[in-house]
Design a protein around this ligand. Structure first.
Ligand SMILES: [Zn+2]
Length: 323
């Protein structure tokens, strides 16, 4: 009789045949920074903070200590600093630029990713310039390219465009090359769905659109695989170095699809809503947080993610290092 249980009977046997690895280097921690002198808790994301520049440095040191794959920095601007063109995104002395400069000065070996979008900086909360009620794709490209160059100049190791504008990877690649950053890789949010799971992030970054939603540029969750493959193919052709799927667990089927097709590292963004649900259940004592988190991250690795952006990164790394 076939007895699969033979390989499960002893811990040493299970360890030998275990195929999927999960290590701190596979985890990237998204961090929020604001202008305030003190960090602020984010109500819908227990354990996460809107960092001050100083507390962000503490988080960066923790990321180094825990041997994380890297961090990604998001800026949270006060309403009065936002405007129609999101100029805070590409200001040379912008919040994220300053944060990255400080982190890289202190931790040159920590991999720092910059999210490249306008929605945290526009007063209407959309990811690009708005003309007559819709986001103007081509006018937005130039601003995304400027944002990417300013982030690279500040020291960002990876540029991660998330605006879902057509042609954004090509525009950013060309601008980076022109500005002398041919060696800076682009991690494209290639397959990004218009998802309700982003809710807590919008509280955290105060970036909910003032009118309408993002369905005219982010993908339809009920769209076919043709849509996911088309978006990934375009970004692959435009020169993305790495491709991302966002959100993570609800789109677990999309990762293996891309894994087979593209010979580039894949990332999954385990988003704020996925974090909040686990936290809420754990705080109620309904689930074992540690086991649920590690099982979720292993599932993403098994589906094909080389690395995962997750708010659980420091906790998960600590659990993994404890063994
Ligand atoms: Zn955006």
């Amino acid at each position: 009789m076939e007895r699969p249980r033979r390989l499960r009977l002893r811990p040493s046997m299970r360890r030998l045949v275990r195929e999927i690895s999960l290590e701190p280097r596979h985890l990237v921690w998204p961090l929020f920074v604001h202008r305030g002198a003190d960090p602020e808790p984010i109500a819908s994301m227990p354990g996460q903070l809107r960092h001050s520049l100083d507390s962000l440095m503490t988080a960066a040191a923790e990321a180094v200590h825990l041997q994380l794959g890297g961090i990604m920095v998001f800026g949270v601007l006060p309403q009065e600093e936002k405007n129609a063109t999101g100029s805070g995104a590409y200001a040379e002395d912008g919040l994220v630029q300053e944060a990255i400069r400080r982190i890289k000065a202190e931790h040159p070996d920590l991999l720092v990713m910059a999210d490249t979008c306008l929605c945290e900086y526009t007063d209407h909360g959309h990811c690009g310039i708005v003309h007559e009620g819709t986001v103007d794709n081509d006018a937005t490209l130039e601003l995304l390219a400027k944002t990417a160059v300013s982030q690279a100049r500040a020291g960002a190791d990876v540029i991660a465009p998330s605006a879902m504008m057509d042609g954004q990877v090509a525009a950013i690649r060309a601008a980076l090359d022109d500005a002398g950053f041919a060696g800076t890789p682009v991690l494209s949010y290639a397959v990004k769905y218009a998802s309700a799971f982003y809710g807590p992030f919008r509280d955290a970054a105060d970036s909910a659109p003032a009118f309408g939603d993002r369905s005219s540029y982010q993908m339809d969750p009920a769209g076919g695989y043709w849509d996911a493959l088309r978006e990934a193919e375009i970004d692959d052709r435009e020169g993305a170095d790495m491709l991302m799927v966002k959100p993570a667990l609800p789109y677990l089927d999309v990762l293996p699809l891309l894994k087979q097709r593209f010979h580039k590292p894949l990332a999954a963004y385990h988003v704020s809503g996925e974090y909040a649900m686990v936290k809420a259940a754990a705080l109620n004592g309904w689930i074992d947080e540690r086991r649920v988190v590690l099982e979720s991250l292993v599932a993403l690795r098994r589906a094909g993610a080389q690395f995962v952006l997750t708010y659980f990164a420091p906790d998960a790394a600590r659990w993994l290092l404890e063994g």
